[in-house]
Design a protein around this ligand. Structure first.
Ligand SMILES: *[C@@H]1O[C@H](CO)[C@@H](O)[C@H](O)[C@H]1NC(C)=O
Ligand SMILES: *[C@@H]1O[C@H](CO)[C@@H](O)[C@H](O)[C@H]1NC(C)=O
Length: 388
């Protein structure tokens, strides 16, 4: 199936749809010059991603799904794009599937008159912007005929799974949802298992290093970067490859790092935390400079962490889980020496934090925010995200 997604908040949606086997095109509405430069999309909180195409160049092409991610002013930019409006309208006339999340259902779709007589939802504070012809429903995901709408970044995986179910079937949706390890109860409070509790000390703004490699899992990397930056941490995204631009696991989103690891290695960090993705984790494990940084961090009692493939493929083989309780991507949990707490979604043992999978990535990032800034901050971000 061919799908068109517009703009960058689409990361989670694109990742999940790719897992279903769909061919996803991520397009930007920006009128930018030709060449790679023009495809650079600055998403929320300075996250830099590279799109696959420009909407303007896709006019006349047919897709099985067109999904619009939200965010502001992103949704306004989508609304103002005439080519996109024409494409979505023609697509809808053919009875094809379309969807929007966050502010986009109200700001974009309803504004184009494309939710007429339909039940729909959007980011809670934008519900009042729905025109009278929309039937507002306060629910995390709403499917009505060929339109799927959803509430915010914290419902993006649920939105994507609903799209998979509409495009394929329930069986396919469950097949995709399984290895994500999504929350058993969406919207529930997040929890983590903590033992040997210590304060994670920082002098001033927490300085956080997020290494990235080709093959890093994008939902995990982007959750860490976005959530921690929202909380007020100074996040440095460092490439362990020989280019700033890296290719994430699903080969759809190219992420641009802030600097090369060589440069970051000269700095001090309050926390070093790694996303998963098997080949990304293997690259981390074979990058001596990163392993040295992690050993120094752990040795001096400073916080470090990893999610998904990285606990088992980076921390364990380098002795960084010695005497610690941790969790990991379930199919890799057998690689941990101590598996006694690995059934938990997030485990904190003193200065170490670990987690399981893309579906636990937001909880992982929120647990880090809680350690650095307190529970109140973490809960306020969880609500802002419509995560809980
Ligand atoms: C944030 O980190 C960058 C390095 O990525 C550093 O140059 C800058 O001084 C830091 N800013 C603050 C406010 O800590
Ligand atoms: C990593 O991806 C970049 C593309 O952004 C590519 O230029 C580079 O060669 C890749 N590195 C490896 C080791 O495959």
């Amino acid at each position: 199936r061919r799908l068109l997604l517009s703009r960058a908040f689409a990361a989670a949606t694109a990742d999940v749809l790719n897992r279903a086997g769909a061919r996803v095109t991520v397009a930007t509405v920006a009128f930018a010059p030709a060449g790679d430069e023009g495809l650079l999309v600055e998403a929320a909180y300075g996250v830099k991603l590279v799109a696959d195409a420009r909407v303007a160049d896709l006019e006349g092409e047919a897709f099985d799904l067109i999904a619009l991610p939200g965010g502001m002013p992103g949704s306004t930019n989508l609304r103002e794009c005439k080519v996109l409006e024409k494409m979505v309208k023609m697509h809808a006339e053919k009875g094809e599937l379309y969807g929007a999340i966050c502010a986009a259902p109200a700001v974009t779709l309803a504004h184009w008159g494309m939710l007429k007589g339909l039940k729909a939802t959007c980011y809670p504070s934008f519900m009042e912007k729905f025109t009278a012809e929309v039937i507002p429903v306060n629910s995390r995901v709403v499917v009505d005929r060929n339109v799927v709408t959803s509430q915010g970044p914290g419902t993006a995986i649920e939105f994507a799974l609903a799209l998979v179910e509409q495009l394929y079937d329930k069986e396919k949706m469950e097949e995709v949802a399984g290895p994500l390890y999504v929350r058993p109860q969406h919207g529930a409070e997040y929890t983590s298992e903590e033992l040997n509790s210590v304060e994670w000390k920082c002098s001033g703004t927490p300085q956080v290093l997020v290494p990235v490699a080709n093959g890093s899992e994008e939902i995990e990397a982007l959750n860490l970067i976005d959530v921690l930056r929202r909380a007020g941490a100074n996040v440095t995204v460092a490439s362990v490859e020989d280019t700033l631009q890296i290719v994430t696991r699903r080969h759809k989103f190219n992420l641009i790092a802030d600097m090369m690891l060589d440069e970051a290695a000269k700095m001090e960090f309050d926390l070093i935390v790694m996303p998963g993705g098997l080949s990304g984790a293997q690259k981390f494990a074979s990058t001596d400079k990163l392993v040295d940084l992690l050993k120094k961090q752990a040795g001096s009692g400073k916080p470090y962490g990893a999610i998904c493939a990285s606990p088992a493929h980076v921390l364990e083989p380098h002795g960084l889980l010695k005497g610690k309780k941790a969790t990991a991507f379930p199919p890799m949990a057998h690689l941990l020496t101590d598996q006694s707490l690995c059934e938990n979604r997030v485990v904190i043992d003193g200065n170490l934090i670990t987690s399981r999978a893309p579906g636990t990535a937001t909880e992982f990032a929120l647990a880090i925010v809680e350690k650095l800034f307190g529970r109140e901050k973490a809960v306020s971000i969880a609500k802002e995200f419509v995560f809980m």
